[in-house]
Design a protein around this ligand. Structure first.
Ligand SMILES: Cc1cc2nc3c(=O)[nH]c(=O)nc-3n(C[C@H](O)[C@H](O)[C@H](O)COP(=O)(O)OP(=O)(O)OC[C@H]3O[C@@H](n4cnc5c(N)ncnc54)[C@H](O)[C@@H]3O)c2cc1C
Length: 286
């Protein structure tokens, strides 16, 4: 059997000193470029983006739950910046993989999303400006997290994700499950409709692999049985009732609830958790 140290080195700290982020040359703003190696359409509005690392033997060097910032320079000299967390394991060598949903133009949002539409338009070979690593919370295995570089130990984890906010949560679930490190996790993932659920197959696979320690629930906020087909999961926005129904860990010094999603979603989650007695020390927003 692999020692705990070997498991940590494989799933949580993979070769961090010799990683791309530790060694790549950056411009004066700390930015570097990665080349798009492959773009694979997953659904009508979601693509997998595989970027090439400069050295095929290197890992990216991001912690579990960490993110990069992508920068898009605009014609007027300004630029826009958005956060993205890879879905690849941190020991992936030579490439890093993201799953990114395109916020397309629609009646509700006539302009759609700036960065995600730009990314969707990219051809293989295009370069994207990035910066990192970022992220205040990192999971380093066996219940140990670093929060602003201070180690904390938590073994009962609640995870609440909204839409594209799934990826840092997915990183945590993926690493803990593959390492089989015994972290107890309950995850509630909220989306508008079934079609909006990102990395669904991967999540289902992880929950089948980790039946003892991972309980996965979905809620849909705009599901209509007639339009979208039958749905037996939860419905409606994340609520105190959902948290109780999913048997999230009770507030305690051993509990950490992490969450990520659009701003309004984050506000709702914080209100719900506070109403149930979780303190600020028990919550972390990615
Ligand atoms: C830590 C972290 C990690 C993240 N990782 C990922 C990731 O791996 N993959 C990923 O896809 N996203 C991820 N995101 C979200 C990402 O940072 C952007 O917010 C997202 O791509 C939208 O950026 P944009 O410039 O395209 O949209 P913006 O131009 O910023 O649009 C503003 C907002 O308008 C709304 N909007 C616009 N068009 C639509 C539409 N068609 N439907 C619904 N709402 C719309 C959305 O609320 C959107 O956020 C992450 C966010 C965080 C905080």
């Amino acid at each position: 059997m692999e020692s705990q140290q070997a498991v940590i080195e494989r799933y949580f700290v993979a070769d961090s000193d010799n990683s791309t982020l530790a060694t790549i040359e950056t411009n004066d703003d700390g930015q570097f470029e990665l080349e798009l190696k492959e773009k694979i359409a997953l659904t009508h509005d979601t693509n997998k983006f595989i970027f090439k690392l400069p050295d095929e033997n290197q890992v990216l060097g991001l912690n579990v739950c960490g993110h990069l910032i992508f920068h898009l320079p605009l014609e007027d000299g300004d630029s826009i910046s958005r956060k993205y967390t890879p879905v690849s394991q941190l020991n992936e060598r030579g490439t890093v993989t993201f799953v990114i949903k395109t916020y397309k133009k629609c009646d509700e949002f006539p302009n759609g999303g700036k960065m995600s539409q730009h990314l969707e338009s990219l051809e293989v070979g295009a370069k994207v400006k990035m910066e990192g690593p970022f992220g205040l919370l990192a999971y380093i295995g066996f219940g140990t997290f670093t929060l602003k570089k201070t180690k904390i130990q938590k073994t009962k984890i609640g995870i609440i994700a909204g839409g594209t906010g799934i990826t840092p949560c997915f990183q945590l679930v993926q690493a803990s499950t593959l390492a089989d490190d015994g972290l107890q996790m309950v995850m509630l993932y909220s989306n508008k409709s079934k079609d909006d659920i990102l990395v669904k197959d991967e999540l289902d696979q992880l929950s089948q692999q980790n039946t003892n320690n991972l309980k996965l629930y979905h809620t849909l906020t705009r599901h209509d049985d007639e339009k979208h087909g039958e749905w037996t999961g939860l419905k409606g926005r994340v609520s105190a009732e959902h948290i109780k129904q999913c048997r999230f860990p009770e507030p305690s010094s051993d509990t950490l609830i992490v969450y990520c999603g659009p701003a309004a979603f984050g506000k709702t989650v914080e209100e719900v958790l506070t109403s149930l007695g979780y303190t600020k020390e028990m919550m972390h927003k990615f």
